[in-house]
Ligand binder design. Structure first.
Ligand code: SF4
Length: 292
């Protein structure tokens, strides 16, 4: 069949994920096993590839049963201070792959909390409750930041009196949240508060520019095939963005998820993905689309 297939040039791993995978592969080249605290990337296909090289994903509850002297990789999302303390206590070696952008955000949120806590101020974090990066950021404030996922949650917190209008507010965003969503949250807080509201621009620049580029890419094709792992939060946000611009957008995890009826003959198909989607997987999907 004839259809044009284009891979979005901006899709594929972000710098933080490339760096973490590079460090993991370098270590695995020297030693056969490395433990990653949580999935190094939210993509099942890439995890299977790295698993073949000896990377094992473990949870916090598994740490005390790892062999003595094992090496633990901290992924790009980062971790709260308690995790480093626990690894030290258990005698684990650590390869810290926290993305430099996340490290800066951790420091900034810690300093903000130190600034406002004595005057009764609050730190508000626009992010997904329970997400690994968010837990790492919360840990910088001893768990005292208020996590807000969307406008409904913000209104609920305001209604319940959990945010005070008369105290300084320091506002941050998880690095992968939507810039439009963050602008709306900050505008509502500024309107609500009678005190100082300090907004920190903490969405990763790679993610922020991706939103605009991806919206243009989605609008320029008849059909969009969006590829990402089922647990990628960035994938969910970016897929929704594609769908809002192009209703013929479909989400898949790998080439087997393609339904040929989505891509009739003669249509132009755009293939794109999240910051956790490997380029090789996008290429496999494009290849499959060309061959059906
Ligand atoms: S999205 Fe940005 S901040 Fe997050 S890991 Fe990737 S490069 Fe780092």
């Amino acid at each position: 069949m004839t259809r044009s297939v284009e891979i979005d040039s901006g899709s594929g791993f972000c710098g933080g994920v490339i760096r973490a995978i590079g460090k993991a592969e370098e270590f695995l080249g020297l030693s056969g096993v490395l433990y990653s605290l949580g999935a190094i990337v939210h993509n099942e296909a890439e995890l299977a590839r790295l698993g073949g090289k000896g990377l094992q994903t473990v949870g916090k509850d598994d740490l005390d049963s790892l062999p003595a002297g094992s090496t633990l990789l901290i992924r790009a999302h980062g971790e709260p201070p308690e995790t480093y303390a626990l690894a030290r206590e258990l005698g684990l070696k650590v390869i810290d792959c926290t993305c430099p952008v996340v490290l800066r955000l951790q420091r900034s949120i810690r300093e903000a909390w130190e600034r406002v806590r004595d005057e009764g101020g609050q730190v508000i974090l626009f992010g997904k409750p329970g997400h690994a990066e968010v837990l790492g950021l919360l840990g910088q404030t001893g768990g005292n930041a208020l996590v807000v996922e969307n406008m409904e949650m913000l209104e609920e917190y305001i209604g319940r009196g959990l945010i005070s209008p008369g105290v300084p507010l320091e506002v941050f965003s998880q690095t992968t949240k939507s810039p439009d969503g963050y602008r709306a949250i900050c505008a509502r807080l500024t309107e609500f508060s009678s005190s100082e509201v300090t907004v920190h621009e903490t969405i990763c620049s790679q993610v922020a520019s991706r939103h605009r580029q991806l919206a243009e890419f989605a609008a320029a094709h008849d059909v969009i095939i969006f590829v990402s792992g089922s647990s990628s939060s960035n994938g969910k946000v970016l897929f929704e963005l594609c769908r809002s611009v192009n209703p013929r957008s479909y989400h898949i995890g790998d080439p087997s998820g393609i339904n040929p009826s989505w891509v009739p003959e003669g249509c132009s198909v755009g293939v794109c993905g999240a910051t956790s989607t490997p380029k090789w997987l996008l290429e496999e999907v494009a290849e499959r689309l060309r061959s059906i």
